[in-house]
Design a protein around this ligand. Structure first.
Ligand SMILES: Cc1ncc(COP(=O)(O)O)c(C=O)c1O
Length: 460
């Protein structure tokens, strides 16, 4: 005999049909009725509950109105799945190439599924409610540690991990832990503006150093170490922002040797999305005792997710934890829960594979429109650096592009201190919501490259 799902209506008040609709909602929330489950035929349920068929019909109608049920013609009534996600157009205008953000693909569906599975996991819901005792819940930290070891090649102990509210938060907390007001922070001459802001805010002097085709120049670092006696070197060795250079291993080793010699901490920012196949060894792997490694999920998932992490030598833990507590007390358990589920069930890995393929396709589009070999950055990078041909100057190029409706960034936007950036622009090819919009933007860039700057204006 087939068992008919028969709810107990006694806890629910009001008219019978509403009590039944509420009972259905409660069964969905508790996981008793799962997505795709078929509800009993109306007459059978009416008989079991000793109500009229009209009452059950009204209850099912109410469930449909609430978006929880769907009627399939000739088949019956079912528990409804999530709506198909509608791709969101990122802010910044249709031809914006000025902000590095993850292209949107499976993220909304991932969020929908993770939230639904969390909604049914009452044990975890209650675990996430109070202040966490530590930095994240135990099972969340374990999920991060496993992922760092298995997928990232960064085996660390629990003592060497702190979870943060994203990469920028990691930068601020690290500087606060390592520096005193008035200290000097050395950076690549062009660097992520968030480091400039964090230094300004904390009364630190940011100094920009020379860069070449392999990244930060060791001789410039040595000279600055002698001149400024810096506390920290902040750098982005993978797909440097904005030059998109990835520093080779030998250069990293030379820089580590200098930092040891002059007693300088390395703060390694690895927030950019980088295809794992294209990563040289991290500074944190080469010199774990003097490096703080910063990363986040903003470029792996989306900037809405404020989850990141720091890796460091265990001797720094108390100081970093103190600064983290002083800034946000703790990271939201809910966000950590979503991320740790994706790390454990392979969803994050699948998303990274999708991102990598999507960016490779975008990069092929760039090569087709602009021509081969013009852009700096590996095959899956969100940003590309375009060194401008003579006689273009970067500011003129950016202005002319804007007149054609395309926003992009110049090296000047990233200059640290008085550093004189090269004449180039950064194109965030991950940003347009579709390949068609990217193509439109690139076509305008190509036209400017072909036409040249034209005649100079007379200026008195
Ligand atoms: C190099 C670098 N570090 C840090 C950040 C900030 O990361 P988050 O969004 O996780 O705070 C960015 C954002 O663009 C970045 O480019």
């Amino acid at each position: 005999m087939v068992t008919i799902w028969t709810p107990d209506l006694s806890p629910f008040n009001g008219p019978k049909y509403l009590a039944l609709a509420d009972a259905i909602a409660a069964a969905i929330a508790s996981g008793e009725l799962v997505v795709g489950a078929k509800l009993p035929p109306q007459r059978q349920l009416a008989d079991r509950l000793k109500v009229t068929v009209g009452t059950v019909t009204r209850a099912y109608d109410e469930g449909r109105r609430r978006g929880q049920l769907e009627a399939r013609v000739g088949s019956g009534t079912y528990v409804k799945g999530p709506d198909q996600p509608v791709p969101i157009v990122p802010a910044g205008g249709p031809l914006a190439l000025d902000g590095a953000m993850a292209p949107l693909g499976p993220q909304a569906q991932m969020m929908s599924e993770a939230m639904q599975s969390l909604a049914k996991d009452s044990h975890c819901l209650y675990q996430c409610l109070p202040y966490p005792q530590d930095n994240g819940l135990g099972h969340q930290r374990q999920a991060f540690l496993r992922w760092l070891n298995d997928a990232q090649g960064l085996p660390v102990s629990d003592e060497q991990l702190l979870l943060t509210c994203g990469g920028q938060h990691g930068i601020s907390v690290t500087l606060e832990a390592l520096c005193e007001v008035g200290d000097t922070v050395l950076c690549e001459g062009m660097s992520f503006p968030g480091i400039r802001m964090a230094c300004e805010r904390q009364g630190l002097k940011a100094v920009g150093l020379a860069m070449d085709s392999e990244g930060l120049v060791p001789e410039a670092l040595e000279a600055a170490c002698r001149q400024y006696r810096p506390r920290v070197l902040y750098l982005t060795a993978n797909l440097q922002n904005p030059s998109c250079v990835t520093m080779p291993k030998a250069r990293r080793q030379a820089i580590v040797a200098l930092c040891r010699r002059f007693d300088v901490w390395v703060v390694e920012d690895d927030v950019q999305f980088v295809d794992p196949a294209n990563k040289p060894p991290a500074f944190f792997s080469l010199a774990p005792d003097i490096t703080v490694f910063i990363s986040s999920f903003s470029k792996r998932y989306s900037g809405s997710l404020r989850v990141g992490f720091l890796l460091f030598d265990a001797k720094l833990r108390q100081r970093l934890l103190f600064c983290l507590r002083a800034s946000v007390w703790t990271v939201s358990s809910w966000q950590l829960e979503l991320v740790s589920r994706w790390l454990s069930d392979g969803q994050m890995q699948r998303l990274e594979t999708w991102l990598s393929e999507e960016m490779r396709a975008r990069r092929r589009l760039c090569e087709r429109i602009l021509g081969p070999g013009l852009l700096q950055g590996d095959a899956s990078s969100f940003n590309c650096w375009l060194a401008l041909p003579e006689p273009w100057r970067a500011n003129d190029f950016a202005r002319a592009a804007l007149e054609m409706g395309v926003k992009l960034r110049t090296g000047e936007d990233y200059a640290i201190g008085r550093f004189a950036p090269p004449q180039g622009v950064r194109l965030s090819i991950s940003q347009p919501a579709s390949h068609a919009l990217l193509e439109e933007a690139l076509t305008a860039v190509k036209k400017l490259l072909d036409d040249g700057p034209g005649l100079s204006q007379a200026i008195l």
